[in-house]
Design a protein around this ligand. Structure first.
Ligand code: FRU
Length: 545
C-alpha cells in the first residue's frame, strides 16, 4: 500500500524510476494534493539530467500519474532539474523554485509557474524567461548551491528562502530576500551553519506551534511559535533537525540549547533513524496540518534495481507537530491511511512471558498496519545502562533481538518466515539509569533476509520517554519491503527497507515477542490488512468528480 508508487513499489506498477526520488514541491492547491519528485525516465538509477515527475491525489492515499512537469531543456537547467519547493503566493498562485544545473554545470535557482492556472491538475509548467533567478554568491562553490525551500513572507513585506550549501567547511543554509519573488538578494547575516556535516541538501524551515498539533503556514510567526530547521546530510544519509528560535530582523536562526538539538552523527535529532532522506514538509490548509514527505532508498544492489526496473519509494506521508516538551517533533501517519484498513484483528491483555513468540493471525502480514500498547513490569530487573553508550544504532547492532535482556527486547517480528529464519525485528529494550529509564528502539538487522549481498543495518535510536505510566506504544506499517515504525506515539521513527526471500506474500508472518527475563503485557493490539490503493493510474480517472 505504499503510496505514490508508479515510480515506487514494483507490485503496483512497472514504471521505472531513478534512485533519488526526492519529494519536490509538495502542495495542496484547489482541493488537490500535488507531489513532484526527482525522476529518471531512462533507468532505475540516478542521473544528473533528472526531471520532475508529477502525481496528484485527493487524499494522499490514491494517486494519479501526470506528465513530467519539468525537464532539462533550457540553458539554465539543461543538465538537470534538481530539487525544489512550492510556494503559494497571495491570490492563490502556486510557483515552484528549483535548482537547475546550467549549461556550465553551475547550480542556479530557477522559477516555474503553471502554464494554465485554470487547469485543475496543473499539468504543464512554464519556466520564466527571467531564469536563472539566483546564481551562487561569492565564495560559494558552483556545485554546492541547491534545493531552495518554500518561501516565507516577513512582516516587512520581504519573501525569504533558504538554499542548501557549504562554506568554509561548514554546512550552511543561505538566505535570500525578495520583494517581488523575482529579484533576490543574499542576506549579509549567517542564517545558520554547523561543522562536520558536509553540504546541506534539501533544507526545510518552518514554524511549529507550542500549543497543540495544528500545523502552521510557513509564513506564520508569533509568540507561541518555535522553528524547525531540517537539513539533509549526505555523509550519513540522514535528515537532521533542530528546534530553535528565528529572528526575522537579523534573519538568523538559533537552535535551542537542549540535548541532541544539533546535527551531529550519533546523537543529533533525526526525523527518522532509518532510511529516510531529502524530506520536505508542506502546510496542508485543508486540514491545518504540516505534512512530511521523504525518499526511502533501496538497500539492495544497483543490479537488483535494474532487474526490478525501479528504485526508491516515498514514505507514507506523516503529520508532524511539536512535542509538548518543546524539545522534539512528533510524527504520525496521515489519518487518511486508515481508509485502507480492513480485517481488523484485536488482542487484549496478553502476557508475553520470557522467551515468548506469539503469532498475530488473521491478517495479511506482508501488507499490514499494527498498533500495539505494551505494559511494562517494574524496572527493578532491567539491564543497567552505561552512560558511554551514546550510539544507539551501534547498541542495536550489539544487542539485537536475540540477545536476552531484563525488560526486553520485546516488540514485533515483522516480515517473518514461519520458522523464523527471516524476520525484521522492531523492538524496545529498557535500561535502568540514574535519572530516568533509557528506552532503546531498534529495527532491521541481519535476519531481515537470507540474501547475503544486502545492506542490513540494525537501525536504532533512544526514545525520550519517562515511562511514568509504565506503558509504551509501537505502530508499524508493513509493506512487503518496507517497515515504517513509530515508537511512543511518534517520538522515535525508524524506516527500514528489507528484502526477505522466504517471508514473501502469503508466506509472511507477524509475531509479537519478548526476549527479556521479565514478562511484558500486550495491553492491546490492533492489526489490519491494508488494501492496495489506486496507484498512479492515468489521470483520465477524473479528479474533478
Ligand atoms: C538529494 C539531492 C539534492 C539534489 C537532488 C538531485 O538527494 O542530491 O541535493 O537536488 O538530489 O537529484
Amino acid at each position: 500500500f505504499n503510496i505514490v508508487s508508479c515510480f515506487l513499489l514494483g507490485w503496483h506498477s512497472n514504471l521505472s524510476n531513478n534512485n533519488s526520488p526526492d519529494p519536490n514541491g509538495p502542495m495542496y492547491y484547489n482541493g488537490i494534493y500535488h507531489l513532484f519528485y526527482q525522476y529518471n525516465p531512462k533507468a532505475a538509477a540516478w542521473a544528473s539530467d533528472i526531471v520532475w515527475g508529477h502525481s496528484v491525489s485527493k487524499d494522499m492515499v490514491n494517486w494519479f500519474c501526470l506528465d513530467v512537469a519539468m525537464a532539462p531543456m533550457d540553458s539554465f537547467d539543461v543538465n538537470g532539474c534538481w530539487s525544489g519547493s512550492a510556494t503559494i503566493l497571495p491570490g492563490n498562485k502556486p510557483v515552484m523554485l528549483y535548482t537547475g544545473i546550467d549549461i556550465n554545470n553551475v547550480q542556479v535557482q530557477n522559477i516555474a509557474v503553471p502554464k494554465n492556472s485554470s487547469d485543475p491538475l496543473l499539468v504543464e509548467w512554464k519556466k520564466l524567461h527571467k531564469n536563472p533567478l539566483i546564481l551562487p554568491p561569492n565564495g560559494i562553490n558552483a556545485t554546492s548551491f541547491r534545493d531552495p525551500t518554500t518561501a516565507w513572507l516577513g512582516k516587512d513585506g520581504y519573501w525569504r528562502i533558504l538554499v542548501g550549501s557549504e562554506r568554509s567547511n561548514l554546512g550552511t543554509a543561505l538566505l535570500f530576500r525578495s520583494k517581488d519573488f523575482m529579484e533576490w538578494t543574499a542576506s549579509e547575516n549567517n542564517f545558520h551553519s554547523a561543522p562536520d556535516t558536509g553540504i546541506w541538501e534539501c533544507p526545510d524551515f518552518f514554524p511549529v506551534s507550542l500549543k497543540g498539533k495544528k500545523g502552521l503556514d510557513t509564513s506564520e510567526s508569533g509568540a507561541d511559535v518555535k522553528y524547525i530547521l531540517k537539513v539533509s546530510v549526505q555523509r550519513t544519509w540522514s535528515d537532521f533537525y533542530t528546534v530553535g528560535a528565528y529572528c526575522l530582523n537579523k534573519d538568523a536562526y538559533v537552535p535551542d540549547n537542549t540535548p541532541g538539538n544539533h546535527y551531529s552523527t550519533t546523537t543529533g535529532l533525526k526525523f527518522d533513524y532509518g532510511k529516510f532522506y531529502a524530506s520536505k514538509t508542506f502546510f496542508d490548509e485543508a486540514k491545518n496540518r504540516r505534512i512530511l514527505w521523504a525518499w526511502v532508498n533501496e538497500s539492495d544492489s544497483a543490479a537488483d534495481d535494474f532487474a526490478k526496473g525501479w528504485a526508491g519509494i516515498q514514505a507514507i506521508p506523516r503529520t508532524l507537530w511539536l512535542d509538548r516538551n518543546g524539545k522534539q517533533l512528533l510524527q504520525w501517519p496521515i489519518e487518511e491511511l486508515k481508509t485502507l484498513r480492513t480485517n481488523e484483528v484485536k488482542l487484549k491483555k496478553t502476557p508475553l512471558t520470557k522467551g515468548s513468540v506469539f503469532e498475530v493471525q488473521g491478517i495479511t502480514a506482508a501488507q499490514a498496519d499494527i498498533e500495539v500498547r505494551f505494559r511494562l513490569p517494574s524496572l527493578e530487573n532491567a539491564e543497567s545502562f552505561d552512560p558511554s553508550w551514546n550510539d544507539a544504532q551501534q547498541l542495536c547492532g550489539r544487542k539485537d533481538a536475540t540477545v536476552q535482556g531484563g525488560i526486553g527486547p520485546f516488540g514485533l517480528l515483522t516480515l517473518a518466515s514461519k520458522d523464523l529464519d527471516e524476520y525484521t525485528a522492531v523492538f524496545f529494550r529498557v535500561f535502568k539509569a540514574q535519572d530516568k529509564p533509557v528506552v532503546l528502539m531498534c529495527s532491521g538487522g541481519i535476519r531481515s533476509s537470507l540474501k547475503v549481498e544486502l545492506d542490513k543495518p540494525s537501525y536504532g535510536a533512544f526514545v525520550d520517554v519517562d515511562l511514568i505510566d509504565g506503558e509504551i506504544s509501537l505502530r508499524s506499517l508493513i509493506d512487503h519491503t518496507v517497515v515504517e515504525s513509530f515508537g511512543a506515539g511518534g517520538k522515535t521513527c525508524i524506516t527500514t527497507r528489507v528484502y526477505p526471500t522466504l517471508a514473501v506474500g502469503m508466506e509472511a508472518h507477524l509475531y509479537a515477542f519478548n526476549n527479556g527475563t521479565e514478562t511484558v503485557e500486550i495491553k492491546r493490539l490492533n492489526a489490519w490488512t491494508m488494501q492496495t490503493p489506486n496507484m498512479n493510474l492515468g489521470h483520465e480517472i477524473s479528479l474533478a468528480t
